[in-house]
Design a protein around this ligand. Structure first.
Ligand code: SF4
Ligand code: SF4
Length: 357
C-alpha cells in the first residue's frame, strides 16, 4: 500500500491499491476460479477460500450529485463502501457476502440502474467527452450514448449475443475514440469556413499548417491581413485544423454527419486485434435522440445476433460471411467508399514532420 502525500504527482494512472476493496487487495494475484452466475454478476474465488461477487450496473456517465450520492449510499449498504467505474461508465460493486447479491440487484434496478453488461451482452458504450469537457466536438457523445442505450436496454441486461459487443461513440473523427465492434463517429463533410478577420490574432499559423494530414492548408494574405487558405480539393474534412485555430470552423448543423464503423477490437483472444471499417455514413446529427443512428445500430446488432456463431466477435462473423454478405444481410447500402483498407494512405497522408507548402 502506498501513502498519498501532498506532493503526490497527479498525472498518469494512480496506484489502485489504496482504493481497492480490502478483500481484493488481500487476494491480489491469488484468484483461482471465476464464473458468470447471471447477467451483470461475476464470481471470483481466491486460493485462500475468500469469495467475492462483482455486480455491474449501467450509468449515464454525466451525473448530478444526487445520483452520485445515491450510488455511494448503495455502496455503503451493500459493498463496504467500495465501488469502481469501468472505462465504459459502468459502476461495479464488490460484495463479499453472497446473500447480499440479489438485494443489491433489486436496489440498483429499483433506483433506475440496469444490472448487466457482462459476458455476451451489449455493454455500455465507451464514449468521448462531448460538450462538457472538450472544445472541439461535432456532437455530444454522451447524449447520443444515453439515447442509444435506452434503445438497447434489453441487450444490456440479457446475454444473448454470440460474444461480447463493445460499442463506442466519438464526437470528432481525429482524437480520442477507439476501436469497437460498432463505432459511431462524427463525420464532417465540408471543408472549414475561415473567418479571416480572426486568424492572425488567434491562430499560430505554422502549427495549423503542420496539423493538416494532407497538406491542404497554406499561409495567405487576405484583405491585407495574414491568414490561411485551404485547398478544398485536397481537404479530407478531418477537422484537425479547428482545435489549434477556432476561426477555421468546421462544425455545421447540416453538413456534420455521423458515420458507423464495425468490426474493430483491441482483444487478441481467438483472433488478432482489428481496425473497424466504415459501413454507414451521412446519418444526420440529430439530437436529442439521434433516431437514424439507432435504426442502423439495431439493424446490425439484430443481424449479428441471428447469424453469428457462438463466440464469434463482430469481426470474426464478418470475416466468415464476407463483406458482400454483411451488406446483403443487414440491408445497408454499399458504395465504393465504405470499405477502405488504407493501402493508398502512404501516398496521400502527411507521414513526415516536415511542413509542406
Ligand atoms: S473525440 Fe474529439 S471532440 Fe470528442 S472529446 Fe475527444 S478530442 Fe474532443
Ligand atoms: S486539417 Fe483536415 S479539415 Fe483542416 S484543411 Fe486539412 S484536411 Fe481539411
Amino acid at each position: 500500500m502506498s501513502e498519498r502525500t501532498h506532493d503526490t504527482i497527479e498525472s498518469g494512472a494512480p496506484d489502485p491499491m489504496p482504493y481497492m476493496h480490502p478483500l481484493m487487495a488481500k487476494n491480489y494475484g491469488k484468484w483461482v476460479f471465476h464464473n458468470h452466475p447471471k447477467p451483470g454478476v461475476l464470481y471470483h474465488r481466491a486460493a485462500s477460500g475468500d469469495e467475492i461477487w462483482t455486480v455491474k450496473a449501467g450509468t449515464q456517465r454525466q451525473m448530478d450529485h444526487y445520483t452520485v450520492r445515491k450510488l455511494a449510499d448503495i455502496a455503503d449498504q451493500f459493498a463496504d463502501g467500495y465501488v469502481r467505474f469501468t472505462t465504459r461508465s459502468n459502476i461495479e460493486y464488490m460484495v463479499t457476502d453472497g446473500s447480499k447479491v440479489e438485494p443489491l440487484i433489486k436496489e440498483l434496478s429499483d433506483s433506475g440502474f440496469p444490472v448487466g453488461g457482462t459476458a455476451n451482452s451489449v455493454s455500455m458504450i465507451a464514449h468521448t467527452q462531448g460538450w462538457l469537457h472538450c472544445d472541439i466536438p461535432g456532437t455530444d457523445a454522451s447524449g447520443a450514448v444515453k439515447a442509444l442505450m435506452d434503445d438497447l436496454y434489453d441487450d444490456f441486461v440479457k446475454c444473448e449475443m454470440p460474444n461480447r459487443v463493445k460499442l463506442s461513440t466519438s464526437c470528432c473523427e481525429i482524437n480520442c475514440g477507439g476501436q469497437a465492434d460498432i463505432a459511431i463517429i462524427v463525420q464532417h463533410t465540408k471543408p472549414p469556413k475561415i473567418n479571416h478577420d480572426l486568424v492572425a490574432n488567434v491562430c499560430e499559423r505554422p502549427s495549423v499548417v503542420a496539423r493538416c494530414p494532407v497538406a491542404a492548408i497554406r499561409p495567405a494574405l487576405v484583405n491585407g491581413k495574414p491568414s490561411l487558405e485551404v485547398d478544398e480539393k485536397k481537404c479530407i474534412c478531418c477537422g484537425a485544423c479547428f482545435p489549434p485555430c477556432p476561426p477555421m470552423q468546421i462544425n455545421d448543423p447540416e453538413h456534420s454527419k455521423l458515420a458507423i464503423w464495425v468490426g474493430g477490437k483491441n482483444s487478441n483472444a481467438r483472433s488478432r486485434p482489428t481496425f473497424h471499417k466504415l459501413v454507414a455514413s451521412g446519418l444526420p446529427n440529430n439530437p436529442p435522440r439521434w433516431p437514424e443512428v439507432s435504426v442502423v445500430v439495431k439493424k446490425i446488432l439484430a443481424t449479428y445476433k441471428a447469424d453469428g456463431r457462438p463466440w464469434e466477435r463482430m469481426n470474426d462473423w464478418i470475416d466468415r460471411i464476407g463483406w458482400p454478405a454483411f451488406f446483403e444481410k443487414t440491408g445497408l447500402p454499399f458504395t465504393k467508399y465504405h470499405v477502405d483498407n488504407w493501402r493508398g494512405g502512404r501516398n496521400s497522408l502527411n507521414a513526415s514532420t516536415h511542413i509542406r507548402f
